[in-house]
Write a protein that binds this ligand. Structure first.
Ligand SMILES: [Zn+2]
Length: 330
């Protein structure tokens, strides 16, 4: 389904299927985003509802842009889980969307919109977005880590996503930490994500505070441990709370240790860190750099570690970059 395009038509439709929201927009080759639309993803209602919402939001973008599908280069879509890239079929389960495995997303989108479509893991596409439109513009290879509810990674080598044989490359959150008995949502025990993900940070804070109402984290959560969030923990650390500082330090250590192992395998030119928790900024990045640079093999190379630049747009940019790339433009 390859077509030829004039310069004005060099626009891709990017879709980002997240845990809570689905967003879609048009992106041109210069990186301008237009005609954005959002909807709730309602993943818990299952794949039929999610697919229906994806179609609805794409229609919305097409309608508001007043473009025919013929004036768009293709649809790129990032979603949780692993995808058989050639066929665009989900090959792994994902805890947020029941019965996601087996959904033939590429075929559904191509049939519905008569446009070529490509589907990939959301973190892979965030990495590709940062490579072409964000923090990684000047490099050829990078690993992009996203830290929020989960801890994921996307590997870009020579400008292209490295997906791996079973499409599961970059799953750094499921590296094992010795002595960690916790069960991960992937079904295994001991995954680092159970420590550094948002729930892990909150769990450690609640355990360390031991109900002490005078503690700053507790006060910031209005005395209710159920209201503690990872953001509160980072804010309390910034204000000097001893327990919060220790949790941030431990989080950074575990992240740094995992990242240094990934660097040892891939040897990227750059490491990019994004996601909701990474917005905490230097309070997290500084100790991560320290741990990484004292653990990687041949530390003198000091692989640069920088914050992501695209924020919540990374997925849309990456989905668009994938479309441009598949059309031979990147
Ligand atoms: Zn796991």
């Amino acid at each position: 389904m390859k077509k030829s395009f004039s310069l004005n038509d060099q626009v891709a439709l990017g879709v980002d299927v997240g845990g809570t929201h689905i967003s879609a927009a048009l992106v041109n080759r210069q990186g301008k985003i237009t005609h954005r639309a959002y909807t709730l993803s309602a993943g818990a209602k299952g794949r039929t509802v999610v697919v229906h919402r994806i179609k609805k939001i794409i229609r919305q973008v097409l309608k508001s842009s007043k473009r025919d599908p013929g004036q768009i280069m293709g649809i790129g879509l990032g979603a949780p889980g692993s995808f058989d890239f050639e066929n665009g079929v989900a090959v792994s389960p994902t805890p947020n969307i029941p019965r996601w495995r087996g959904v033939p997303l590429k075929k559904i989108l191509e049939k519905t919109f008569s446009l070529p479509a490509w589907v990939d893991n959301d973190v892979n596409l965030a990495a590709l977005g940062e490579k072409y439109f964000g923090a990684g513009k000047k490099v050829r290879s990078l690993i992009c880590f996203t830290l929020g509810t989960g801890f994921g990674g996307g590997v870009v080598i020579n400008g292209r996503v490295h997906r791996g044989f079973f499409s599961a490359a970059g799953e750094v959150g499921h590296m094992v930490v010795k002595g960690n008995p916790l069960k991960c949502k992937c079904g295994n025990h001991g995954c680092v994500e159970t420590i550094v993900g948002a729930a892990g940070i909150v769990r450690r804070a609640v355990a360390a505070i031991k109900g002490d109402k005078k503690n700053l984290i507790m006060r910031m959560a209005k005395g209710n441990p159920e209201k503690i969030t990872s953001k509160i923990v980072f804010d309390a650390a910034r204000k000097g709370d001893r327990i919060a500082k220790k949790i941030v330090r431990d989080t950074a250590w575990h992240l740094g240790a995992t990242i240094s192992q990934a660097i040892n395998v891939v040897d990227p030119e750059l490491v990019v860190i994004g996601g909701a928790i990474a917005q905490a900024g230097e309070i997290l990045l500084r100790p991560i750099r320290k741990t990484v640079w004292s653990h990687i093999y041949f530390p003198e190379r000091k692989t640069p570690i920088v914050p992501a630049r695209l924020g919540e747009n990374a997925g849309i940019y990456g989905a668009a970059a994938l479309v441009f790339q598949q059309n031979g433009f990147l």
